[in-house]
Structure formats: C-alpha cells, structure tokens
Design a protein around this ligand. Sequence first.
Ligand SMILES: CCCCCCCCCC(=O)SCCNC(=O)CCNC(=O)[C@H](O)C(C)(C)COP(=O)(O)OP(=O)(O)OC[C@H]1O[C@@H](n2cnc3c(N)ncnc32)[C@H](O)[C@@H]1OP(=O)(O)O
Length: 226
Amino acid sequence: MTESTSDQQLLYVNDQLSDEEIQREADLYGPLTDSVRGLIAATLQTEVGESDVRRARALIGEAASLLRAKAIPGPYGVRWGASGRKRGWGNAADGLRNAVAPPLNIRTDPDGRARTDFHLGPQYEGPAGLVHGGVSALILDQVLGDAAVAGGTPGMTGTLTLRYRRPTPLGDLYAEARVDRVEGVKTIVVGHISGSDGICVEAEGVFILPRWAREAIAEQNASTAG
Ligand SMILES: CCCCCCCCCC(=O)SCCNC(=O)CCNC(=O)[C@H](O)C(C)(C)COP(=O)(O)OP(=O)(O)OC[C@H]1O[C@@H](n2cnc3c(N)ncnc32)[C@H](O)[C@@H]1OP(=O)(O)O
C-alpha cells in the first residue's frame, strides 16, 4: 500500500453521530449549499452595475471569512454515523455540502439499479445552451457507481466509456444505470442520460473493488473464521 493510499483511507471515518444529529446537520448545511448554488448562478447571470458587483464581492468575502473561522483543513471524506448511515457530503456529483454538485438525489434498488431526475442550470454549460461533456461524464460516473454499490459490488471507476449520441440540453434531465454483469472483482454497469428528445449520452463503466479493499475484506474474513 502506498503512503497516499493509506492517507486516503484515513478519510473514511466512523464518527458515531446519531441519525438525529446527522439530520440536524443536513437541515443546517443543505440550505447553505443551496444558497451557494444560487450564488454561483447569480454570479454568472448578473447584469447589475459595477458598484453592486464590488459590494457583492465584499459581502461574499465576509461570508467566506465567517465560515472559515472554524473549518476542517482538507477534504470532507466519507463518514458513517452510529446507525451505519453514510455521508459522502463532499462528493463533487451529489455531496450535500458541495455547491459544485448539481445535486443528483440518486434513488437506488438492491438489484443494482440507480436513477435520478435532476436539473442542470447555466453553470454547467459547455457548447452554447448545452451541457458540458465532462459534466455528463461526472454524473454518469456517479450514477453508474451507485448502481454497483446498490447491487452489493462497489468499486472505484476503472474505465468509463461514453458515447455522446445527441447534444444534451441544459434544464431538466434524467439518468439511470444498472449492473450488467459481475466478472470477479469487476462490475460492469451500463446507463444513460436522457432529455425530452431521448437518450443523449450512453455509458459503460467497469468498477473495481481496489486491491487494498479486497485485502482488508480477506483479512476480516480470516479473523472471523479463526
Ligand atoms: C471502495 C468503493 C468506493 C466507491 C466510490 C465511488 C466514487 C465514484 C466513482 C469515482 O469517481 S472513482 C475515482 C476514479 N477512479 C480512480 O481513481 C481509480 C484509480 N485506479 C485504481 O485505484 C486502480 O487502478 C483500480 C482500483 C481501478 C484497479 O487496481 P487493482 O490493483 O485493484 O487492479 P488489479 O491489477 O488487481 O486488477 C484487478 C482486475 O481489474 C482489471 N483492471 C485493472 N485496472 C483496470 C482498469 N483501469 N479498467 C478496467 N479493468 C481494470 C484487471 O485487468 C483485473 O482483471 P481480471 O480480474 O479479469 O484479471
């Protein structure tokens, strides 16, 4: 295991928060994140005068200083509470505390399916009026990955293959994924994003349980058996 792999594993934390405490945090930070999303769109779309732009910038600086007064030094990581409820709140695709995330609100089924109705505003533009292809990749990576998790065979993305069939319009969209097959440590998942005119982007992903996770599970199984 490399040093960076072991450092990364330290970001998986069981903090023993109760479901009530987690809900209180979600109720506090979710609306903050939504406000910042609104700010990102307003920053892009505003046409107010120069002095108002300067004033807004000062107010944003003040808000950032207020929040930074007490803050974690690095990434949020992945945390679990006492009941095992998982919080990937820093996740760039669907993190509750990450204003960069659209967000996705992905629903999953234990048979290895995931789906989401979501909205992409002007901050996700690539070609004029259309979704940036890298943003579509971000979303499909997450939805396909969640399908693998839901099916009981989680993994890191090894390969993600995309076919952009037609331009993806900004606005209301839908994505879904399903586990196609499991081959040893590899889970192959397929899915797509569609808009009102049909499928825009198709994806196939190979999700692999990393070697360090396989070794940890094998060690745990050996100690349980012993
Ligand atoms: C733990 C669950 C976490 C879930 C989080 C979901 C988050 C959302 C998705 C992401 O954004 S993940 C971030 C993007 N992906 C990465 O950063 C992955 C970086 N790459 C790695 O960490 C490793 O290369 C990887 C885990 C993908 C594979 O390393 P291993 O050391 O476990 O692979 P190994 O050499 O033991 O090969 C195992 C099998 O996978 C195959 N393989 C390895 N790398 C592959 C690859 N890149 N693509 C396809 N297949 C691959 C390999 O041929 C072999 O196939 P066979 O079993 O059939 O022999």
